[in-house]
Design a protein around this ligand. Sequence first.
Ligand code: SF4
Ligand code: SF4
Length: 429
Amino acid sequence: MPPTNYRPMWTELGLDLAKHDALLGVLGKVYRDYFLSQTGRPAGMDYFNFVISEVHGLRIKELMDARKAGRKVIGSFCLYVPEELILAVDGISVGLCSGADFGTEQAERYLPRNTCALIKSFFGFTLEKVCPFIAACDMIVGENTCDGKKKAYETFNTLIPQLYIMDLPQMKSDAGRALLSAEYLRFMRDLEKLSGRTITAESLGKAIDTVNKKRAALHRLAALRKADPAPISGLDALLINQVAFYDEPVRFTASVNALCDELEKRVVAGQGVAAKGTPRILISGCPMAVPNWKLPMIVERSGAVIVGEESCVGERGTQNLTDTRGAMVEALLDNVVDRYFKIDCAVFTPNTLRLDHVRKMTWDYKADGVLHYCLQFCTPYQMEAIPMERALEGEHVPVLRIDTDYSQEDVEQIRTRVEAFVERLKDGA
Ligand code: SF4
Ligand code: SF4
């Protein structure tokens, strides 16, 4: 069958086709170089290869078909935007990736240069008209988290017509929880208005169940990475966590569970992607959105294997399920608030839970060391990196701190530092 021609759809969405072709060309090459060149990949990764190959094609067509059928597409940039409420109005939730260096020059016409790469990325994608997800959204939710995003949304609001701002607390206090609860209630009411549907206990309960099953499948995948040898690479596991943000959730969950069935057999057979005893690294820090694969690629080509991600694209996003008990919408909404209030993002102060979580993950995944990853100019995570390094090193867990962006200019410099770190782990120092 000849490949589907998506160009009319992209034109309808207002994309700049020449720039979009250039973006897809670069992404395709990077994907082949980083992912398809790996050896010993599980067969279950075929599904995720397919998803990536159709990320701007079939998935966007699905979104557009859903919109024609009256459903709403809601985009977001942050873990605090509850997918459950979107699903409860039969909406579709998509994470807007913001993981590539594209349109930076254009973005810097609107943003200070010392803005993190993630924020510049969603400006760049919008200004260069290369993101069909942004174009396909009926509503895009910006959230008051770090200062960078909070202030950037004021300008972003002038570039897109459908921005919705969600306020968020900064402290885990009673007042903080009350704010989150009020904001989720407002969001729920606004979703109802947008979709013309009323959230019922049944629709919210079903949505919670769908999202719980997705997170449970990701927990299952994570738990299999405790094995030595690791049955799947960190690159592939990260990719799956990235795909979780924009794939259809039921299909995604089934695909992750099918992969896990295969990985369970690998673990029993002692089959891995790297030899038993390969240094094991836990990554902790800023989110790695698609297609931000630079650091994992460097780590896994430097003789180590990544066994976990303490990140929004990883266990920070999946670690807690939502309680399904409750016969009324109010009770279920309360459960959603409880679940999201536990997220240990660095925009909260104090944020001691995050260090506890990193410690636990280091132990659970038998990591030999922690690589703390920050985007340059990300004050919240950079601020947390130093005390975290002190605490972990004090407990004899080696830590490497890497600050970077989405460019390729520092690859060799990072490689040198990572290789030295891997040698340190091999020496057991
Ligand atoms: S790091 Fe914090 S602000 Fe950023 S996406 Fe994650 S939860 Fe949201
Ligand atoms: S990476 Fe840091 S600075 Fe950038 S948007 Fe996230 S929290 Fe804000």
